[in-house]
Design a protein around this ligand. Structure first.
Ligand SMILES: Cc1cc2nc3c(=O)[nH]c(=O)nc-3n(C[C@H](O)[C@H](O)[C@H](O)COP(=O)(O)OP(=O)(O)OC[C@H]3O[C@@H](n4cnc5c(N)ncnc54)[C@H](O)[C@@H]3O)c2cc1C
Length: 429
């Protein structure tokens, strides 16, 4: 896997800090998508800044690559659909296997799906509904259907390679002049009269790339580096007219630096990779079981994930291995497919969901006087919304309002405005 990584020490060594029109904190899929759209729209100086451009602990590196358009709210559907259309414009480039999402519903979820069907229809989402028997005829491996009330199949959805998409965003942003500042751990954002000053620890001062252990120490701590400096790094600063907080599961920590309290939490999510003789899922896209376990073919193996209920929030990257696989993955799959009795666990990993109070992302200007924007907490769907969110954010900043998709309902301040402003999403997995 080719990772672009840049370091611009010369920037920070200047006596006068360099100024940018836009500084994006966080170079995951969302930050990179914003850099892509912002640089291609107008000639503004943009800097993309991350403690680790390789993204070893970023969610963009650790996700399952699923992309689908079925959501409870129009804005989530539209943002996902923009990304899906973009992926479909060049499937090979993004490793996009457009083989659909199949959702298997129990009685309750089937009722929920049916309530949503008119919204899907009004937005012209192409979705077939299947009876349990049709599920079995389309996917013969699924031979236990007695607890399934119905299913949906959305052929426009699929699985893509998030790394290829991120590299695409970054390559194009770089070509358009975006500055990449690697090894920059942001620790202070100060409002000045007509600008913002961003201070960061420079992890790249001595070597080419940030050291993995140091990155882990910084990203796994609860508080800011000011509270717990791992060691003394050289401090650098840059000046921005606008700052965008795209720091994923760390966004609430970054928000604190400019005085915004946002109740979004990092929550561990695990995925397993395993083999199963006799099951070939390569003709299918993502399958979401009624238990909540989702699975798809991954190279010659199978990938499956599950959002363990009551997982405490925190920066926990420990994969529980056999324990997780045998407790959360194997039983529902062995129940659903008799051939899955013989699953052979190989490996897996843990990454972070960035969970907002209503499971919808946070997008918008949080402080118009200081020009501070946020795009984070996509609660497990940031990869599939990244292209759309990047476009929306670029429009908000460069045009002063949303043009393609009205994302104003995802405003960062909605959580303070009462339940009626919440965009509760129940289709998250
Ligand atoms: C197991 C798992 C499965 C998932 N499956 C899917 C899926 O199938 N489909 C889907 O759409 N989504 C999925 N997601 C969610 C998706 O991966 C995320 O929503 C998305 O990647 C978020 O991107 P981001 O750019 O906002 O955050 P990230 O990719 O996490 O990027 C944030 C960046 O901020 C940087 N940063 C943090 N603090 C600082 C600081 N102080 N200074 C400098 N930089 C900092 C980090 O280094 C990081 O690179 C999954 C997530 C997990 C964990």
């Amino acid at each position: 896997m080719l990772i672009l990584s840049f370091n611009i020490h010369d920037l920070s060594e200047q006596m006068t800090p360099q100024k940018f029109d836009i500084v994006i904190v966080g170079a995951g899929l969302v930050g990179s998508a914003i850099a892509y759209h912002a640089t291609r729209r107008k000639k503004m100086s943009v800097a993309l800044l991350d403690v680790d451009f390789q993204g070893k602990y970023s969610s963009s590196e650790l996700n399952a690559g699923g992309a689908r358009a079925e959501w409870f709210h129009r804005v989530n559907i539209e943002l996902s659909r923009l990304t899906l259309d973009f992926l479909a414009s060049d499937p090979e480039q993004f490793g996009f296997r457009q083989k659909g999402y199949v959702w298997l519903y129990d009685k309750n979820k089937w009722q929920t799906y049916q309530r949503l069907a008119p919204l899907f229809k009004s937005l012209e989402l192409n979705i077939e509904t299947w009876t349990p028997q049709e599920v079995q005829s389309h996917i013969p491996y699924i031979d236990c259907i007695e607890d399934i009330a119905g299913a949906s199949f959305a052929p426009q959805d699929g699985i893509f390679n998030p790394n290829l998409l991120k590299q695409f965003f970054r390559t194009h942003a770089k070509k358009e002049g975006c500055a990449f500042i690697d090894g920059a751990y942001v620790k202070a954002i100060t409002k000045k009269s007509d600008s913002l000053e961003i201070k960061y620890d420079d992890l790249c001062y001595a070597s080419q790339c940030p050291n993995e252990k140091e990155v882990f120490e910084l990203l796994s701590q609860r508080n800011t580096s000011q509270d717990h400096p791992a060691q003394d790094y050289p401090e650098r600063k840059i000046i921005a007219t606008r700052v965008i907080n795209a720091a994923g599961a760390w966004a609430s920590k970054i928000a604190k630096l400019y005085g915004h309290v946002v109740d979004c939490k990092p929550v561990r999510r695990q995925v397993s990779i395993f083999d199963c003789k006799g099951i070939n899922l390569s003709p299918y896209g993502m399958i979401v079981d009624s238990s909540g376990v989702y699975f798809h073919a991954e190279a010659d193996h199978i990938l499956a994930g599950f959002a363990t209920p009551h997982e405490p929030s925190g920066y926990n990257f420990t994969y529980e291995g056999d324990r997780f696989f045998e407790r959360d993955i194997w039983p529902p799959l062995a129940h659903r497919m008799s051939k899955a009795q013989a699953l052979k666990h190989k490996t897996g990993w843990a990454g972070l969901y960035e969970v907002s109070p209503d499971y919808s992302g946070v997008v918008g200007c949080v402080d118009p006087a200081a020009n501070i924007y946020e795009a984070h907490s996509f609660s497990g769907h940031g990869a599939m919304q990244s292209y759309g969110v990047g476009l929306a954010m670029a429009e908000l900043i460069l045009d002063g309002s949303y043009k393609t998709v009205d994302a104003s309902s995802l405003h960062p301040c909605r959580f303070k405005e009462g339940v009626s402003k919440l965009l509760y999403e129940d289709f998250h997995i």
